[in-house]
Write a protein that binds this ligand. Structure first.
Ligand SMILES: Cc1ncc(COP(=O)(O)O)c(C=O)c1O
Length: 329
């Protein structure tokens, strides 16, 4: 709804709801089910997937979130995502809205209600409503929200032809904020927009010491000329659940696919000489970067080790029974 220059009317509740529905008709969304502790249940009408404006997550960014994948009717690696979610809440001084087991159950039940067998689950803890101040309002109850949606879509060419990235001009978040998955994504958003405006796919943060950080919503890693998987340390970037799992899987293929696995500071100058460069994350999985700051990585084509690591991860996502939760739809 464009902002009108005419004097706005005071709306009745039914009119406001109709306006929310009109908004969704104008811009259809791929949201299948939404649980809200504030509503006390699940809604499937996207017009009803709303949060009060005075929730401090909305107007101050005092909230945390995480995202897990639904594949073939199963949720992958939810415990790892919940570990990070709870850690981020703690670092943000957000009380848990309910015990972790209850949050897990609400995530599973919302997924079942959505009927969706492929897609993503994003969930949030908010500081709660009650004022427009900074610290949580008196009596504020933390909110818990779960959205089941189609997932972030990346072009097929990212996988088949590779990704082109640039070093962002925006400063990396200080470590405390980078390791916390809060709803403050302004640097990440600006980095992605800057890259898109330059006709590229994404950006890369570099830290003050000149070491590689991460991308907008994905981790970055390298394959050295000697065939070693090199990943930045997780003390100044987000601990990607996908990266952590891939590093475990990669250690099992040292001697065949890889010559080694290293998690350490990676100076930019060294990284530029890599044989392959890759993005890693729940939504992108593993994808090859073929160009960085206008220079080809390796021969400028998706590399074989990146492809092998992607297959390794995809197999794990389908078959790691200890990491998959079956949904009773
Ligand atoms: C800033 C940032 N780095 C890395 C990642 C990758 O994390 P994951 O593998 O858990 O999706 C994400 C996505 O959550 C992110 O937002």
């Amino acid at each position: 709804m464009a902002v009108t220059s005419t004097t706005p009317r005071v709306l009745q509740a039914a009119e406001a709801l109709e306006q929310l529905r009109a908004l969704r008709r104008k811009q259809p969304v791929n949201f299948s089910a939404f649980y809200s502790s504030q509503l006390g249940g699940i809604v499937t009408d996207p017009a009803l997937m709303v949060i009060p404006f005075d929730d401090h997550m909305v107007h101050r960014g005092h909230g945390v979130f995480d995202t897990a994948a639904i594949l073939n009717g199963k949720i992958y690696d939810l415990e790892a995502h919940l570990d990070r979610f709870v850690r981020s809440a703690d670092l943000s001084k957000l009380a848990l809205p309910c015990p972790r087991e209850e949050m897990r159950e609400l995530i599973v039940r919302t997924t079942a209600a959505s009927g969706r067998r492929e897609g993503s689950i994003r969930y949030w803890i908010s500081a709660g409503p009650g004022s427009l101040g900074l610290a949580p309002a008196a009596g504020a109850e933390p909110g818990f929200f779960v959205m089941i949606f189609g997932g972030l879509a990346y072009p097929e060419t990212w996988r088949t032809q590779g990704i082109r990235v640039m070093t962002t001009t925006y400063p990396i978040k200080p470590p405390l904020y980078a390791i916390t998955k809060s709803t403050n994504y302004l640097p990440n958003i600006l980095m992605q927009m800057e890259a898109q405006e330059a006709g590229l796919d994404n950006g890369v943060f570099i830290d003050e010491a000149g070491n590689v950080g991460e991308s907008s919503n994905m981790n970055v890693a390298f394959i050295s000329q000697g065939g070693v998987l090199q990943h930045p340390k997780f003390d100044h970037i987000l601990s990607g659940c996908t990266s952590l799992r891939l590093l475990e899987l990669a250690r099992d293929v040292v001697g065949t696919v890889l010559r080694g696995v290293e998690v350490r500071d990676i100076p930019v100058a060294e990284a530029r000489g890599a044989r392959e460069m890759l993005l890693i994350g729940s939504s992108v999985k593993v994808a090859p970067i073929v160009e960085w700051d206008g220079k080809a990585i390796g021969d400028g084509k998706p590399g074989p080790i990146t492809t092998a690591l992607r297959e390794l991860l995809e197999r794990d996502m389908r078959t790691a029974s200890d990491r998959l939760i079956d949904i009773s739809y």
